[in-house]
Design a protein around this ligand. Sequence first.
Ligand code: ADP
Ligand code: MG
Length: 727
Amino acid sequence: MSRPTTLRFDALAAVKDSRARTNGSVSRVRLEEIFGENVFSLQEMRARLPKPAYKAILRTLREGAELDPTVADAVAVAMKDWALEKGATHYTHWFQPLTGATAEKHDSFLSPTGDGGAINEFSAGELVQGEPDASSFPSGGLRQTFEARGYTAWDPTSPAFLLEGPGGAYLAIPTAFASWTGEALDLKTPLLRSIEALNEHTRRALELFGTPVTRVRATMGPEQEFFLIDEEFAYRRPDLMTAGRTLFGTKPPKGQELDDHYFGSIPERILDCMNEVERELYRLGVPIKTRHNEVAPGQYEMAPIYEDANIAADHQQLTMTVLQRVARRYGLVCILHEKPFAGVNGSGKHLNWSFGTDSANLLEPGSTPHDNKQFLFFCAAVLRAVYRHQDLLRAAIAYAGNDHRLGANEAPPSIISVFLGDQLTDLFEQIVNRGAATESIDSGLLGLGVATLPKLPRHAGDRNRTSPFAFTGNKFEFRALGSSQTVSWPATILNTIVAESIDDMVTALETAIDGGKEFDAALADLLTEETRSFMPIIFNGDGYSEEWVEEAESRGLLNLRTTLDALPRMVDEKNGELFERYGVLTKRELESRFEILLEQYFYTINTEGEMAAELARTHILPAVNRYLSEILQAAERADDIGIRIDGLMRQAKGLAGQLDEFTKRIDHLVEQNAELGGDEIHEKVQHMQKNIIPAVAAVREVADELERTLPDDMWPMPTYREMLHIK
Ligand code: ADP
Ligand code: MG
């Protein structure tokens, strides 16, 4: 019987070609020369703008002052000239709708003059305001499609940049996006509002400490993990292309999971690709600093130097976009899903976060933190915020993709706690026990026992990979984000909850001082009282252990295991009030976001359910049928000539049994897919969690067994071994 040629073997053959593929243009460049060349930066503005306009822009950037509308005229002219010189033909308002991706609609600079000619035009009006059709973006009921009007508004605090493709270039202008009624429909607007709240209340605190400043900034440095897979394989995995993750696939044998990939040398094609990603990002002013292999085969990480939160959030979006675009030039597909391969480590995103003035990081403890009252105050404010709003932080990272990671012994547990390390934990224990911290445990120098090696200053705390929220020297690291997630929403929550804590604590101090207390005494009392209440949030132990789950429960910490446990907390009374109090989101805006997140959960699982049923029926089932008929034919022929057929019959029976089970489970999945559980989104998501997820898992269980049973040349899809190990 002739073998059906499987797509898989075409893929393997094609990969040989693409492996040889590099972009050819890998000339050596001086990074400092290309850095920022595609950014309409302050430098460009200084060179191109009239002095008063430049000064006005500077005031907006440095002090958050409102921008004089007449300045926009000058900026529009300069921006257009710069973009045209760089070869741009179009401009776009670049924004972040609630899909989590970025959106852009291009307009040409070209304007016909009426006499057969044309000129390039770009007015202040076009710079400041755009009017995309809002009806195609999620609004969570804030807007009916017949009220489709939406506006984009120029964000002068994030620089415009040039995006280049082989066919041309266009100017991208970062903007906020709101409905005609003024409600935010994007991720940037609340982020900007939360940055403002943190600025306002931190400045009040600094005033009390006698160190007033004009501006406080939240800072972020997000680490991005991702997989790079050969596109020949990816294209032949409809699940990977449609759902972003494999819905079938048997895990590679144990030996291949060894940690030898982590920090291993980066394969050549991958390195070429990463180099080009970095060069593109440098041109866009994104300061990528580190890159390395990650734990899983085929998995890598990149991280920038930290920046202002708003710019860092835009740059994070650009990083994801550029990674995906450039990968294609190398015959690779960049996968940002948090769990593309079952049984293999998933991908996360670490959000390093702090806040500070132009000259100082307010979470820098210094060498004797017990003496640094201002640091203790701000650090306490963060701990208090995390303790009080565990629910919000958990909800900030709750979506279908991340459910595969959280609590799965490779990512933080779904319980929110803070790792502080020995030195700081000791300080807060002193505060609770003695009313003040009077000494700091010395971290000392790390001698390596070899005279020629330097003595390294030791960090005051060891690392703890299991903690969802860790103090790492002079910043906190929120480690539970998923790799595909935008950082804007978690950052918005962090800024807002810390702003609230600082506000509350400053108000308490002011009241005490008004009542006649000395500042130092008032501060000591406040810190003692606050520390006593937030102490349960500090946990330096193993977050993966079973004991922690019990211990956390006895401490009264929340354990919201799944997306559907966590999301509804977002709209609790306390959280609605919080966002309203700091002008970050109205209750309506918050509720609309909740609805959208539920819809996204529904679509994700619904797509997976449909995709799994289709793949099982159209890819896997026919292969199993073919194999069975092959065995039966062999048995028939063997019988004809009197050869023993017991072995063949055993195989046939075994396979027929698996086939029977497989078709039953597929039928069940198909039935479940046909139902939605109700008309309401709240009912539909329950159906997804209760019925679709287990039905997909049941089909997968047999499919993965079949993958281990079928002849290799009959298996229709690229395997984990091929996808993860052929580079
Ligand atoms: P690791 O993998 O050890 O956690 P990395 O060097 O990969 O460390 O990433 C640390 C990230 O933290 C970098 O993006 C860095 O710029 C960022 N970071 C450092 N200081 C701050 C700060 N004050 N605010 C925000 N992020 C910071
Ligand atoms: Mg990290």
